[in-house]
Design a protein around this ligand. Structure first.
Ligand code: PEP
Ligand code: MG
Length: 325
């Protein structure tokens, strides 16, 4: 099977009725980078910058950070790399930032909350990203944003670093695209205002869904409690995708659910056309996309999204089997 996926590496991810789906790859460490070419990804849709910080005994210096970001941009060539600023705290601890014993670390002092309280950390990281992307495209996005006001504060900090480049005579990136992760449900009630501030949105369903269902993503007892193919989830995600389309802002989904072919099938039926998945998922998801008739699938989904059942998983599976997907 792996050989078959490899043979389809350079084939486009396009449905039988002609809708193009962009498949990006998630990455975090240098060892991940050769997979961009190996798997035929259209770019890196999520570069989890905190991984480098987690394996480092001391706070990585600007030069060290710059090297890593440079390597990621080099590996992707003309394709975009979306750098997510530090998402530490929660389930991701770093040795050099002592933390309190929090009762709910996933909802605690993490990600952008740390960055806004310790802006030097964010400024050094943004500086490294700007250096690495000199003369090239820089895509940067901010994690765990709960309200538009937080995103605005991040943009101000970024602007300070951009201004600093000129003062030091450094080459700026060719363009800077600013993105935001949607991981906190509250933000989904500010989408029209948010879309005015950003160039792209990335839906982080790993976190978003744990808050949506109030269900710890790392508790094995709860792993099968709720299903991401629940009608409530699909209706919620559809409203986000439609809001993006209305505002003309690209929406990508970068949580693990996008890498599972059945879930990805539901997502493209909702109108999503951009997924960022783990390298190993690109082949299977592309295979699914290429065997789907999207119009037919959308008719099926529209008829099922208002169901009061726990999940549409079984009926979707039947649909897939009946249509040789
Ligand atoms: C997410 O929350 O869906 C996400 C992509 O971020 P992480 O898994 O790194 O928290
Ligand atoms: Mg997350």
């Amino acid at each position: 099977l792996a050989a078959q996926y490899a043979a389809e590496r350079d084939e486009p991810a396009i449905t039988r009725d002609g809708t193009r789906i962009a498949l990006f790859m998630n990455a975090g460490l240098l060892v991940d980078l050769p997979n961009v070419d190996r798997m035929g990804a259209e770019g890196i849709g999520l570069f989890r910058t905190e991984f480098q910080f987690m394996v480092s005994p001391a706070l990585p210096k600007v030069e060290e950070q710059t090297k890593i970001y440079n390597a990621a941009l080099d590996a992707a060539g003309d394709r975009p790399v979306v750098f997510r600023t530090l998402d530490i705290g929660g389930d991701k601890s770093v040795p050099f930032l002592p933390r309190d014993n929090e009762e709910n670390p996933a909802m605690g002092w993490r990600a952008i909350r740390i960055a806004l309280d310790r802006p030097a950390l964010l400024r050094y990281q943004l500086r490294a990203l700007l250096y690495a992307a000199a003369g090239r495209s820089l895509h940067v996005m901010f994690p765990m944003i709960a309200e538009v006001a937080e995103l605005r504060r991040c943009k101000k900090i970024l602007q300070k670093e951009v201004d600093r480049l000129a003062r030091y005579g450094r080459t700026a990136p060719k363009e800077i695209k600013i993105g935001c992760m949607l991981e906190v449900p509250a933000l989904s009630w500010q989408l029209p205002a948010l879309f005015k501030e950003i160039d792209f949105l990335s839906v982080g369903t790993n976190d978003l869904m744990q808050f949506f269902f109030a269900c710890d993503r790392s508790n094995p007892r709860l792993a099968d409690r709720y299903d991401l193919l629940a009608p409530s989830v699909l209706a919620f995600l559809r409203s986000i995708i439609l809001a993006g389309a209305k505002a003309g802002v690209p929406v990508t989904l970068c949580g693990e659910m996008g890498g599972r072919p059945l879930e990805a099938m539901a997502l493209i039926a909702l109108g999503l056309t951009r997924l960022s998945v783990s390298p190993a998922a690109i082949g299977p998801v592309k295979r699914m996309v290429r065997s789907v008739d999207l119009a037919q699938l959308q008719r099926f989904l529209n008829a099922n999204i208002t169901s009061a059942d726990h999940s549409i998983r079984d009926s979707l599976l039947h649909f897939a089997r009946d249509h040789h997907i």
